[in-house]
Design a protein. Structure first.
Length: 233
């Protein structure tokens, strides 16, 4: 069934903006049944009642919990990479059931902070949600400084740090872990100061991803995919 994001108003959903353009591209017609998301935990089976140049009005036929939404709160803290890499990470992590990406600037960060990226990244997440069928968007936050990481990490049950270590992720006990943080560095990696701060944090568990050195986008996607699978997220 064709999927769209819209705005919920009483027993109707209104589709506008880029989703209205998408509806036109797919040649949807009045009385056609579609699936709508409104950014909440539900999915809405709808029938199109009206299509105008400004909106499409849809009648809700059925409302039910979206079974494809994440069941755990998994957040990636990503060393700020170049935009094309962050776009790929955003798309794939949406499909993998990750809740949020928090980019951070570190000592060896190559990419420049650009707040204009966030709107585009959230758009990519929205399109990926329609593709994979989840109704809750993955949120990409504004980049933070490395020194703010500690405060951001304090409420997580488990913190995984992708580092060069022999400890494998399959050795980790994920039982009852509902809030999981994953830390992956940027293309430039971490300075000794930053590594010391991370490895000396008793809440941080270092893990390896094999003998080969992975690109930052590969490490993020692989690690998030494994965690999502192991936690049945």
């Amino acid at each position: 069934m064709k999927k769209f994001f819209g705005t919920l108003e009483n027993n109707n959903i209104f589709i506008n903006g880029e989703d209205l353009d998408h509806l036109a591209v797919l040649r949807c017609n009045v009385n056609e049944e579609i699936l709508c998301f409104c950014g909440d935990e539900f999915e809405y089976s709808c029938k199109i009642l009206e299509i105008t140049k400004k909106y499409a009005k849809c009648l809700i036929l059925e409302k039910k919990l979206c079974k494809k939404n994440p069941t755990k709160n998994i957040v990636l803290f990503q060393g700020l990479p170049k935009l094309d890499k962050l776009e790929l990470i955003t798309q794939k992590l949406t499909e993998l059931g990750i809740n949020k990406i928090v980019p951070f600037e570190s000592d060896f960060t190559i990419a420049k902070k650009n707040t204009n990226k966030i709107e585009r990244l959230n758009k990519i997440s929205k399109e990926a949600c329609k593709q994979c069928g989840r109704s809750l968007l993955l949120k990409v936050e504004e980049p933070i400084k490395f020194n703010n990481l500690k405060e951001k990490l304090k409420d997580f049950d488990l913190i995984l740090f992708a580092n060069e270590t022999n400890r494998q992720i399959t050795d980790i006990n994920f039982n009852d872990k509902k809030n999981i943080a994953i830390i992956v560095g940027s293309e430039g990696g971490f300075s000794k100061r930053e590594l010391d701060l991370l490895t000396q944090n008793e809440k941080v568990t270092q893990i390896g991803l094999g003998e080969r050195i992975l690109r930052t986008e590969t490490a993020s996607i692989v690690l998030c995919g494994i965690v999502s699978y192991l936690t049945k997220n």
